[in-house]
Ligand binder design. Structure first.
Ligand code: C2E
Ligand code: CA
Ligand code: CA
Length: 423
C-alpha cells in the first residue's frame, strides 16, 4: 500500500517530533516544515495527502497560510492545531471552509495521543471530507450614522490635521470590579478629538465618517494608536498600569495587512498585544463574512482583545457574535442610560449579560452616569463599566489625577461599595 504523505507545519520544537512519531507508527510518511515560507514554496513538490497546520508562527499566522493553500488549490484535508482557544480554532476552521479548503477538524494542543490517532485515522480514510459544503458569504449591515453628513472640515484639512498631530487621543477610564469588590480603573478607551485652531475641539462624529469616506481612517487610527502607545509607556513610568481600547472602523477590516501593521506598531512599543483591545461596532460595512473573520481572527491570534461595541443597536445577534472571535461585548449606552427608569432596558441588559457570559464574553456597560446605575449593573452581574460617573474622556495628562481621585473618593471611588439594590 502506498504510504500517504502527511505535512506537519509547525515551528513549535517539541510538537512536531511527537506528532511525527505517532503518524509514522500508523503508516504515514511525514514531512515537517518549520516556517510558513517553506510551506508555501513547497507546493511544487508532491501533493500531500493531509496537512497538520499550527496556527501560531512568529512571522506569520495560520490564516495567511490557509490563504496561500487556497490560492494553490490544495485539496488535502487540513487539521488545525495550536495552543489557542477552541473558539479561535473553530473560527479559523470556518474561514478555511469559506476559502474552499477541506477543513478536517482541530487538534487542541497539548493533545491526547488517542485523539491524534483517531484524527489520523479519519484523515487516512479521507472520504469523510469529500463533500464539505462551502459557506455562503454573508453581508453585514451599514454604519449607524449618516456617512454623507456634513463635516465642518474638508478632506484636505483632515489629512493635514492627521499629519500635524491635531487629531488628539482623549482617554475615558473604564472600571473593572476586582476581587475586593472595588471598581478598579484598569483601562482607558481612546476617543479621537480634532483640535482645530478656529473651531476649537471637534468631536469624532464630525470627522470620523469623513475619514472613512476618503480613505484616511487607517492613517488616523495608526496615528492615534502610536500616540496611545507612547502615553501608556509614560503612565507605566509614573507607576500607572493601564491598558487601552482603540476604536477600529469596520471599513478597515477589508485590509488584510491590518493585523501585521497593528502588531508592528504595538511590538515596537513595549506594550503587550493583550493590553490592547480593539472595539468594532456591531453595525458597519463588514463586507463578506469571511473577510471579517480573516482579519478579526488574525488580530486575536496575535494576542489582541476584541470588543463588540454598541451592542444592541444594530442587527447582529449573540448567535452571530458566537461565530466571530470577540472576547468582550459593550452594551450600548442608550440601554444603560435608561436602565433605572425603563424595565425593558433592564431586561435587555440583564439577558445580554447572562447570554454573553454563557458564551465566555466579558461584558462592559458604557454610558454609566451615576452611582445608582453602577449598583444596578453590579446586581445584574456586569463587571466592567464606563461612563461620565467615573469620568468623561480627558487628555492623557489628566488621567493620573482622575485615577487618584477615584480611589480617594469615599463616595464614589474604589468607592462603589456595593449596596443591596432596591428594585
Ligand atoms: P463609542 O465608541 O461608542 O464611544 C463612546 C461615546 O460615548 C464617546 O463619545 C463618549 O464620550 C460617550 N460617552 C461615554 N460615557 C458616556 C456617558 O456616561 N454618557 C453619555 N451621554 N455619553 C458617554 P465620543 O467621544 O463623541 O465618540 C463618539 C463615537 O465616535 C465613538 O462612539 C466611536 O464610534 C467614534 N470614534 C471615536 N474615536 C474614534 C476613532 O479613533 N476611530 C473610530 N473609527 N471611531 C471613533
Ligand atoms: Ca467604542
Ligand atoms: Ca460604544
Amino acid at each position: 500500500m502506498r504510504k500517504k504523505l502527511l505535512l506537519i507545519a509547525s515551528e513549535t520544537e517539541m510538537l512536531a517530533p511527537v506528532l511525527a512519531e505517532v503518524a509514522e507508527a500508523t503508516g504515514w510518511r511525514v514531512e515537517h516544515l518549520r516556517d510558513p515560507d517553506s510551506l508555501v514554496e513547497r507546493f511544487g513538490g508532491a501533493a500531500p495527502d493531509a496537512i497538520l497546520l499550527d496556527l501560531v508562527f512568529t512571522e506569520s499566522d495560520g490564516i495567511e497560510i490557509l490563504e496561500h493553500l487556497a490560492t494553490r488549490g490544495i485539496r488535502a484535508p487540513i487539521v488545525l492545531m495550536g495552543g489557542v482557544s477552541a473558539r479561535i480554532l473553530e473560527t479559523t476552521e470556518r474561514l478555511g471552509v469559506t476559502y474552499g479548503l477541506q477543513m478536517a477538524g482541530c487538534l487542541e494542543v497539548p493533545f491526547v495521543e488517542r485523539e491524534l490517532r483517531s484524527t489520523l485515522g479519519r484523515l487516512w480514510r479521507q472520504r469523510e471530507f469529500d463533500d464539505l459544503p462551502a459557506m455562503e458569504p454573508e453581508f453585514l449591515p451599514e454604519p449607524p450614522y449618516d456617512p454623507e453628513a456634513a463635516s465642518p472640515i474638508d478632506a484636505r484639512e483632515l489629512a493635514a490635521a492627521i499629519e500635524n498631530d491635531l487629531i488628539v487621543p482623549y482617554y475615558q477610564p473604564q472600571v473593572t470590579l476586582g476581587r475586593s469588590r472595588r471598581w478598579t480603573i484598569d483601562r482607558v478607551e481612546v476617543l479621537a478629538r480634532l483640535h482645530h485652531d478656529k473651531l476649537g475641539v471637534i468631536p469624532p462624529m464630525s470627522f470620523v465618517p469623513l475619514a472613512e469616506r476618503c480613505g484616511l481612517i487607517g492613517r488616523l487610527t495608526d496615528r492615534l494608536l502610536e500616540s496611545t502607545l507612547v502615553q501608556l509607556a509614560d503612565w507605566r513610568r509614573e507607576g500607572l498600569a493601564l491598558s487601552a481600547a482603540v476604536n477600529l472602523s469596520t471599513r478597515m477590516l477589508r485590509d488584510r495587512s491590518l493585523p501585521r501593521r497593528l502588531m508592528g506598531l504595538v511590538a515596537a512599543s513595549g506594550t503587550r498585544p493583550d493590553e490592547i483591545t480593539f472595539e468594532l461596532t456591531e453595525t458597519g460595512p463588514y463586507g463578506y463574512q469571511s473577510e471579517v473573520m480573516n482579519v478579526l481572527t488574525r488580530l486575536r491570534l496575535k494576542g489582541f482583545n476584541l470588543a463588540m461595541d454598541d451592542f444592541g443597536t444594530g442587527f447582529s445577534s449573540l448567535v452571530q457574535l458566537h461565530r466571530l472571535p470577540f472576547n468582550e461585548l459593550k452594551i450600548d449606552k442608550s440601554f444603560v442610560m435608561r436602565a433605572l427608569r425603563n424595565s425593558e432596558c433592564r431586561s435587555i441588559i440583564s439577558s445580554t449579560i447572562v447570554l454573553a457570559q454563557s458564551i465566555g464574553l466579558e461584558v462592559c456597560a458604557e454610558g454609566v452616569e451615576n452611582r445608582e446605575t453602577m449598583e444596578l449593573l453590579y446586581s445584574l452581574g456586569c463587571t466592567v463599566a464606563q461612563g461620565f460617573y467615573v469620568s468623561p474622556a480627558v487628555m492623557g495628562t489628566e488621567i493620573p489625577a482622575i485615577v487618584e481621585g477615584w480611589y480617594q473618593s469615599t463616595d464614589a471611588g474604589g468607592g462603589v461599595r456595593i449596596a443591596t439594590p432596591s428594585w
